[in-house]
Every structure is written in C-alpha cells, then in structure tokens.
Design a protein around this ligand. Structure first.
Ligand code: FAD
Length: 330
C-alpha cells in the first residue's frame, strides 16, 4: 500500500482521530488491491444525501459492493488500520462536518433480496425494513409488522436492535449472517447477537449481510391493517417527513427521554438551524442548513439541561460518526 495512514479504530459514535490520507489515495490503493471489485468505489463521496439529517462531510471512500463475495474481497484487502463503517439508510446517523475517514460501505441492490419460506423471511441487510414487513404480511406471517415503523435497513435494525410499537428485532430474529474485517463469513444466532435495548453486542467490526426472521401464522389483511395503524400513529406523533435522526436519546431505565427533555424546558429549543421538535421533543430537526456541529451542540445542550433538572444522564441513541472539524486535504 502506497498510502501510509495513521489511525485509530473508528467507533460508531465517537470522534475518529485518524487523519485523512492524500486525496484519492485510499480509493486508488483499494482499486489496485481488489482489481476484480465489481461494485462502486468513490473517493470523497458526499454523505449528506445518504443521511436523514442531510448534513455532514464526505466519506474518504464510499464502496457499494456488488454482492457478498465482492464485499468479502474488499474487506480482506482493506488494511486493518483503515476504519470501516457501514451506512444503511442513514436514519440513525449524524455524520460530522469533517467527514468520515476510511472506508464506508453501503449495501445496495445485491443485498436487498427478500424471500419467504414457511413462517420465515430471509432478507438482505440492505433491504428496507418496511419491505420486509410488507413481504411478511402478504405471506400471512405475523410478528414483523413493527418493522413498518422503522425507516432503516435490515442491517441497521440488526446493529441497533430496532424496535417499535411493541416489537423489536431481538424478538423476531432467528439468525444473522455477517462478514468480519478479514472478509470471513459468520452466522450468528440470536444469542450471539447479545441484544439489549437499542444495542447489539456482536463485535463492532462485523458487517451484517443477511438476516432470517420468524413469525407466526396470521391473517394478511389484519397484519396489513396493523401496519396501516402504525403508519398513522407515526404520522400523528413524529416529525417523519423532516430531516431528523429519529429518537435522539435512549429512554433511561424506567423513564421516557421525551418527558425528561420536556420537563427541562427543551421543547422547541433552537441552535442555528437545528431545533428540538415541537411535536416529539426527543427528535432533533435540521431546518435546512444546519451543520452537524449545530445539531450535536443542540443535543449536548439538551443533555446538560436534563442533567441539571433531573440528574439523569441521557445517552445518545443516534450514532455520531466522523470528525468534528473540517479536514484539510493535501
Ligand atoms: C423518523 C424516524 C423514526 C424512527 N423511528 C424508530 C423507531 O420507531 N424505532 C427504532 O428502533 N428506530 C427508529 N428510528 C431510528 C432508525 O430508523 C433505526 O435505528 C434503524 O434501524 C437504522 O437503520 P439504518 O439502515 O438507517 O442504519 P444507519 O442509520 O445507516 O446506521 C445505524 C447504525 O447501524 C450500522 N449499520 C447499518 N447497516 C449495517 C450493516 N449492514 N452491518 C453492520 N452495521 C450496520 C451503522 O454503521 C450505524 O452504526 C427512526 C428514525 C427516523 C429518522
């Protein structure tokens, strides 16, 4: 590799101290290392269009592998000191303004198949949750309607243990398939996933490629009606058609984050173009031109006020990724 880079592991929700390499060098190195790569590989790829907040800097390299074999080859060729991060539909991500150094992976069409077998649904990690919910409903499989309420991919649902309206990923998952940093495939049982509330304890460096869910027999019309009710409830209580990252903070044990935020007087609080939603005050909004720094500063101000008024330390549910400062390019 021509491109010698200094790095530390890029955690899903922490500041990376890795410096950007020479412009385009990592992409060139990866193309050289994986000449058979069949997917896309883009240097300095804008990430704002890929996140619900529509803000933040670029990815040093954004790869769209064609299929699992292609992804495995890419991971095997990527030096261990290059951070790797996956983006699903970006509905739980705040991409910082300095961008994301290293290799970012986006699973596209080659990872979006959905097949039904009896009471089981096998879905690629790039498949939208809503499509999984619909396929299950139409096949008369009950127990996956909650996925209708989560605007992400199967991969994001696995990593976040996404849940809504009484169901969560942990309750419906049979097994997940993943590649490790060396490109080796693993099958993880539900127990291996070590799920807790909005958290998956499986190793951070796994890239999920597929999941098998299971439900019980149900009436398609009734399940579709339940999904419709979820859609209506969401529209009435959440700012779903805005630039947001969904619930910003996890609910502390036995408490509701939104109630603590409301009690701290933060409903409608604003920093620049970022605002705490009036409709659901655990949601932060980008009114158009907010920087990631403004959104994150607003979240930190909410945490400070909640700590002062209730003594509770709110924990970010949204994954903040990348570097907080604009990077300098050579
Ligand atoms: C309007 C709105 C409403 C929401 N409502 C809910 C809700 O009711 N319940 C709920 O649980 N969430 C909710 N969310 C949050 C979000 O939709 C979920 O967390 C979702 O599971 C994220 O999926 P994603 O594909 O968008 O992941 P991203 O936001 O792209 O990524 C989230 C995390 O998952 C990781 N990841 C993604 N794909 C993979 C993969 N293939 N392998 C390994 N890691 C991966 C990313 O690296 C990151 O750490 C809401 C968000 C919005 C914007």
């Amino acid at each position: 590799m021509a491109n010698a880079l200094r790095s530390v592991a890029l955690k899903g929700d922490s500041i990376s101290t890795r410096e950007w390499g020479k412009r385009g060098a990592l992409a060139a190195d990866l193309r050289e290392a994986v000449p058979v790569h069949r997917g896309t590989l883009e240097a300095e790829a804008p990430l704002a269009p890929l996140s619900w907040f529509r803000t933040g800097g670029p990815a040093e390299v954004l790869a769209g592998p064609a299929d699992e074999a292609d992804l495995a080859a890419l991971l095997a060729a990527c030096p261990a000191d290059i951070p790797v991060l996956v983006v699903g539909l970006g509905s739980n991500l705040l991409v910082r303004d300095g961008g994301v150094p290293g290799l970012m992976i986006r699973l596209g069409r080659g990872f979006s198949s959905i097949t039904v077998d009896g009471m089981r649904v096998r879905a690629g990690a790039g498949a939208p949750d809503v499509k999984v919910a619909r396929a299950a409903a139409e096949a008369g499989i009950d127990g996956l309607a909650f996925l209708r309420g989560i605007p992400g991919t199967v991969g994001g649902a696995l990593r976040m243990n996404g849940g809504a309206y009484g169901g969560e990923t942990a309750g419906a998952l049979v097994e997940a398939r993943a590649l490790d940093r060396q490109g080796r495939a693993h099958v993880l049982s539900r127990a291996d996933m070590a799920f807790t509330y909005r958290h998956c304890g499986a190793p951070d460096d796994l890239v999920f490629t597929e999941a098998v869910f299971e439900g019980g027999p149900g009436d398609p019309a009734a399940i579709l009606a339940a999904m419709g009710a979820i859609t209506d409830a969401r529209a009435a209580t959440q700012p779903v058609n805005t630039r947001t990252g969904g619930s910003t903070f996890k609910n502390p044990p036995g408490r509701k984050a939104w109630e603590l935020i409301d009690a701290a007087g933060c409903r409608g609080l604003r920093i620049g173009n970022a605002q705490v939603s009036e409709l659901h005050c655990n949601f932060l909004l980008n009114h158009g031109a907010a920087s990631a720094a403004e959104i994150e500063a607003l979240g930190e101000e909410v945490r400070r006020r909640v700590r002062e008024t209730s003594g509770v330390e709110l924990e970010w549910e949204i994954k903040r990724v990348g570097i907080a400062q604009p990077h300098s390019r050579s």
